[in-house]
Design a protein around this ligand. Structure first.
Ligand code: NAD
Length: 484
């Protein structure tokens, strides 16, 4: 049973927000109101940070192996609640149950990696740096960290950070997306049952005022943000202005290059998942297909056929292959991009506007949409649409793809489909994107690799996940000793 209004979790207590303002959280497939999320006050942000700060000294003194023990128990508890968490994600976000299961799985994998913290946060030492003098470099936790989460992966994205921050001995304040706060609410309940010391993990619901208050608080040491580039730029500047370290992962516009020697059958099915999985609301979604050397003649009819077969519906229905986008606002935005593509002269091969899902007439559905004969200057090629839409551009050679990819301000991901090792190697080397797929359509790094983009898709130095996250959540101290 879902609560009618979500509480905050501060200092080990579930507390009602004092804010008079709430927002509805709706199921984007059924349009049913799931709950209300409070727009918590600046005072509540401060209380959460104070609680995390008060818990820090005891938590940092807890041996890493004991902290890892909590992570082992967290993993087991998420496994136990796996199906419930996946279903909640589907209800609030719209993605299919299989896609939701995939992201809960990746959240667990991040907990798995954080379980290795006793060795992952080891330092290093050198004897006799000068005669009789030794040096030891240790990694130490820093204090309170904050995460500002996006709507599109409500289970997974916060877990690129939370397990590493806690395992390394920091305390944490999470601000979930106000569009999809339920999965993290349930995960916070699971966390509360682990018996972590009060204040080690806190959750406050709200939006930009709350986020700014968290970033500005003097006890906060660092901020992690995943979301759109304009908000990300603000977060990077604002957190730097307040002296915080930051990981800021922004928006994306990802190209898929198809060479004439690619295995077309596999390429087609992979492009379907890349472009239409999660209704195109992935930061790794392919949304521009660069068909090289005339291969569009073979490729495009197959893409069209495959896209027409995709069953759009409610994600909780196991036969649905694509769910709705997250909200009416998102639906309107995606439709307006399709309108713009038509107005700017791209050839609309498959039109997802106005799609009807008879059982769910009020759902925020947009069907798979394909444009051909697109050109690099078109809005649908340049801007992040974040919906189930891709555009095909015909390109003479691989060399001609690079200026198109380089012209994008984003650098999150790019993929190439080819049988040529030479082409794949050259592409991987040259393209300025943080995640490269070779015959892979969603180049999503597994939890023990870092995840982050380049250019306007990323601001900061260290990335989320793996050793990068361990390094981000710790500071290195060097102790130099001489004994007489
Ligand atoms: P968003 O930028 O609207 O919101 C992200 C978070 O920032 C939310 O918690 C939101 O409440 C908060 N926020 C909004 N306005 C703010 C402000 N002015 N100041 C401070 N905080 C503010 O993003 P979204 O729509 O929730 O998520 C979709 C975007 O996230 C897409 O652009 C997608 O590409 C991107 N994304 C990127 C990655 C990546 O790894 N690069 C991963 C997932 C999603």
């Amino acid at each position: 049973m879902l609560p009618s209004v979500l509480n905050n979790y501060i200092g080990g207590e579930w507390v009602e927000s004092k804010s008079a303002t709430t927002r509805e959280v709706r199921n984007p497939a059924t349009d049913q109101v799931l709950t209300q999320v409070p727009m918590s006050t600046v005072e509540e942000a401060n209380q959460a940070v104070e609680a995390a700060h008060a818990a820090f000294q005891e938590w940092r003194a807890t041996p890493p192996i004991t902290r890892a023990g909590y992570m082992f128990r967290l993993k087991a508890a998420i496994e136990e609640n796996f199906e419930e968490l996946a279903a909640l994600t589907t209800q609030e976000n719209g993605k299919t149950l299989d896609e939701a299961r995939g992201e809960v799985r990746r959240a667990i994998e991040n907990v798995d990696v954080a379980c290795g913290v006793p060795s992952l946060m080891m330092g290093y030492n050198a004897e006799d740096v000068s005669q009789g003098i030794d040096s030891v470099a240790v990694r130490q936790p820093m204090g309170v960290f904050v995460h500002l989460a996006p709507f599109n992966f409500p289970a997974m994205v916060p877990y690129w950070f939370i397990p590493y921050a806690l395992a390394t001995g920091n305390t944490f304040v999470l601000k979930p997306s106000s569009q999809t706060p339920l999965t993290q609410y349930r995960l916070a309940e699971i966390m509360a049952d682990l018996g972590l010391p009060d204040g080690v993990f806190n959750l406050v619901n709200g939006t930009s005022d709350l986020a700014d208050a968290l970033m500005a608080h003097p006890h906060v040491k660092g901020v992690t943000f995943v979301g759109s580039t304009p908000v990300g730029k603000h977060v990077y500047e604002y957190s730097a202005a307040h002296g915080k370290r930051a990981i800021v992962q922004g928006g994306a516009k990802n190209s898929i290059v198809v060479m004439p020697d690619a295995n077309m059958k596999r390429t087609v099915s992979t492009i379907m998942t890349s472009a239409f999985g999660c209704a195109g609301q992935r930061c790794l979604a392919g949304s521009v297909v660069l068909a090289v050397g005339g291969c569009e003649k073979e490729l495009v009819p197959q893409l069209l056929e495959a896209a027409k077969r995709i069953k759009v519906g409610y994600g909780l229905d196991e036969s649905a292959q694509m769910g709705p986008v997250v909200s009416k606002k998102a639906q309107k935005k995606v439709v307006s991009y399709i309108d713009k593509g038509v107005a700017e002269g791209a050839k609309l091969l498959l039109d997802g506007r106005g799609i009807q899902v008879p059982e769910y007439p009020n759902g925020c559905f947009v069907g798979p949409t394909i444009f051909a004969d697109a050109t690099p200057d078109m809005t649908i090629v340049r801007e992040e649409i974040f919906g189930p839409v891709f555009a095909v551009i015909s390109v003479p050679t691989l060399e001609d793809c690079y200026p198109i990819i380089d012209a994008s301000p984003f650098g999150n991901a790019a993929c190439i489909f080819t049988a040529s090792g030479k082409a794949a190697r050259e592409f991987s080397h040259r393209v300025e994107c943080g995640n490269i797929g070779v015959n892979i359509g969603i180049a999503a790094a597994i939890a023990f690799f870092p995840f982050g983009g380049m250019r306007d898709s990323f601001f900061g130095t260290l990335h989320g996940q793996g050793q990068d996250a361990i390094n981000f959540f710790t500071d290195t101290k060097v102790v130099i000793s001489r004994w007489f």
